[in-house]
Write a protein of this length. Structure first.
Length: 87
């Protein structure tokens, strides 16, 4: 038998392993608005296209910052060399 419930306070849930939790609080109320249907697949809550766009943007941002850090390092290296060679 499968029961669908809503917990009043999620902080009272303690992990028991294998994705199981135990409620150490006042208990849970029956959730009559939800249902479980046999043979159906759960719909993804992630927009794959948006996630890929965000990932590509983050990668390009990282590459740009990495290049800026490399250029700054080279500029500082040249500055140190020129200060050391002025006599």
């Amino acid at each position: 038998q499968l029961s669908i419930v809503r917990f009043n306070n999620l902080r009272n849930l303690r992990p028991q392993g294998d994705s199981l939790f135990m409620d150490e609080g006042a208990g849970a109320a029956q959730d009559t608005a939800s249902s479980v249907q046999q043979g159906y697949l759960e719909k993804s809550t992630v927009n794959v296209v948006r996630s890929m766009v965000d990932l590509i943007s983050a990668q390009r941002f990282f590459e740009a910052n990495s290049k800026a850090a490399t250029l700054e390092d080279q500029a500082l290296g040249l500055a140190v060399q020129s200060v050391g060679s002025v006599r």
